[in-house]
Design a protein around this ligand. Sequence first.
Ligand code: MRU
Length: 361
Amino acid sequence: MKTSADGSARRTIWATGDGAVEIIDQTRLPHEYATKRLASVEDVAEAIAVMRVRGAPLIGATAAYGMAIAADVDPSDAALALARQILFATRPTAVNLGWALARVADVLASLPLERRAEAAWTEAEAIAAEDIALNGAIGDHGLALIKAAQKARPGETVNVLTHCNAGWLATVGWGTATAPIYKAHAAGIPIHVWVDETRPRNQGASLTAWELAEAGVPHTLIADNAGGHLMQHGRVDLCIVGTDRTAANGDVCNKIGTYLKALAAHDNGVPFYVALPSPTLDLSLQSGRDVPIEERAGTEVTEITGRTADGRIESVCVTTPSTAAANPAFDVTPARLVTGLVTERGVIEPERLREVFGSRA
Ligand code: MRU
């Protein structure tokens, strides 16, 4: 398994040095750790669309590498515009996708054709390296929150609830919501994570639980409906989740079901934090109402995939074949339910986003 340059975080994507990248194929986890080579724009687009790579920061970084692969083949304006269009059409919700594509395209636009390929690889590497650094900083700021929770109940284990996978698999390295958890664990703070299974695609059960097990962090998988009950009974000290797009007013779009957890946290006085690296911020949106919400195939709801006792990975239907299913993949948690945004610049109240990040462009 690849580690990042500073050796502190696992790495999900890396350049092979011959015009391609390698990724961890997340559709195989937790049953099998397999890597996959992506050598064309079509390979990259397919990997994002079918979620071999997923999670907002990793989608952005992968798309950036996709532009580099495209520039290697044909650096003309027309070819790059087409590559950008193909990559942008893969998934609509994570703002990191459009952000990363625009960043690479802007750099290339000012360069002569013969310098574009090298510059694209350099920019994609920079986006990847920055992602690891931003997430490391989020980890440090989030660690302070976990330390504070421990101080409030000395000697007790800190119980964190998380939803979906905002771990290192969802980023280039470290993860966003999990970075504070990994740092707390490394610092010797007794910590335990409630892992929402996160139907319909089960990123919690398949990916977050796998990551935490791998890192030796104590955790327990729960059905998505269990979080409210656990909060009512004082068994959750804080929630930390990720985000795919956060609007200027602090409304947070994240994996479907996040909103219900935030409501339950609010009702029970449990702090609800969102780990937000700045590339996931969309200051062009006044509120979360305008976030495009991805609708995925109904079969993700009517079927469930797992490994059989004899080792085969299979999907089975959990309803009658004639049942129609709706599958909105994300929801929006209003800023009023968010205790704080854990950013690379510190933990801030949602209403301070513009003040803190307004001039970042
Ligand atoms: O559909 P996915 O698996 O790409 O959704 C992932 C999430 O919702 C994550 O919480 C979000 O991207 C933040 S990842 C650091």
